[in-house]
Design a protein around this ligand. Sequence first.
Ligand code: FAD
Length: 392
Amino acid sequence: MTSRRRLVLLGGGHSHLPVIVAAHGWHDRVDVTLVSPDAQTAYSGMVPGVIAGHYRAQECLIDIERLAGRSGVRFVQAAAVGLDPVQQTIQLGDGAVLPYDVASIDVGATPHLAPALADAVDTGHCGSMTVAPCKPFPMLIDRLDHFIAEHDARPRPVDLCVVGAGLAGIEVSLALAFRMRRHAEARVNLLCGDERLMPAAPRRVGAALERACADRGVTLLRDTRIESVEPGALVTGNGRRIPADLALFATGATAPAWLQGSGLALDPRGFIAVEPTLASVSHPSVFAAGDCASVLQHPRPKAGVHAVRQGPPLAGNLYRCIAGEAPVPFIPQREALALAALGPRSAIAIRNGIAIGGPASRDYLGTALADALARRLWRWKDRIDRAFVGRF
Ligand SMILES: Cc1cc2nc3c(=O)[nH]c(=O)nc-3n(C[C@H](O)[C@H](O)[C@H](O)COP(=O)(O)OP(=O)(O)OC[C@H]3O[C@@H](n4cnc5c(N)ncnc54)[C@H](O)[C@@H]3O)c2cc1C
């Protein structure tokens, strides 16, 4: 008789959701534990819609504790703070140590923040300025709702700043501008570290998104890289002060710091280096997926869509590993479709460097048709997003 194996899942991110569901059928061989500091996880695709006011926060949250319960997975509410791949143990924030035979890590990434910003982000304030990172989402929504409720009670001229002009920052600033559309006294600024939006994307994609910002009255502050804060202002590396009553940080993805001491092989940016099978290149009984992992042979941008796609192959390979079988490689798609929300119930579709819908299509479709296309893209995105959350 073989002894039962122990599978520990760290983080309830997008890739682990199908693993938790699949674990329902694994009881004969394995005890599965899910470790997460939060009992709920947010589906990122719907977060701009929550900010804009199209969804209630609950609609983008997946109850992973309940999902785990339905699959017979033990839920431990804690954060992992260390992993020892030689002893095969995981250290939790409360001091507990969890042994594992197979571990899987899907803890996401953390926003890139200059060290001088850490205090303000932790406390949520710098003087009267409200500060929030775009992740974790429940913290973002909580601080934003609190700010807006106070503003509604006492409207006054305010500067709302979104720092970081990748797709997430752009969607957040458009959503915020839409949410505040009846408040002429609220100015929304999008702070780009470079001269243009999404510098890594083809120029026409950035240009379409710049037009979307102009449509919603979002002011672009170019070449504005924030390094610190002082009460009521964001401060650039060369000392320029940007007045802000609200500052939301959507500043790219960095690896969770605790991975550094884990002994797992990491890529140069500190993300877990994995094979195409999603197994660690250094320790084959540790798997990783989503933003915290880096598939060395198939590098892809950090995006929820890739994390979602890795879920089913990850589930298959975890089970193969438990069963003593060889894992199977997974080749991610080269280009993923991005459906970016534009504030109102309209969206732009971006793939292979081409954007369509709304401001991206007006030159050749005319405004009425291009905007109708953007509304249709939103309805498509809405169906995809709701269906994803509904599955869990
Ligand atoms: C505002 C915004 C909008 C976005 N919109 C899109 C979009 O439309 N499309 C898209 O493709 N991407 C989008 N993204 C990017 C997307 O959010 C990420 O790529 C995606 O969330 C990555 O999923 P993940 O599974 O790696 O981790 P996450 O979804 O971040 O989940 C990680 C989980 O791990 C848990 N965790 C963290 N640390 C620990 C720990 N130490 N121990 C245990 N558990 C831990 C967290 O609580 C969380 O539940 C957006 C990002 C932002 C900020």
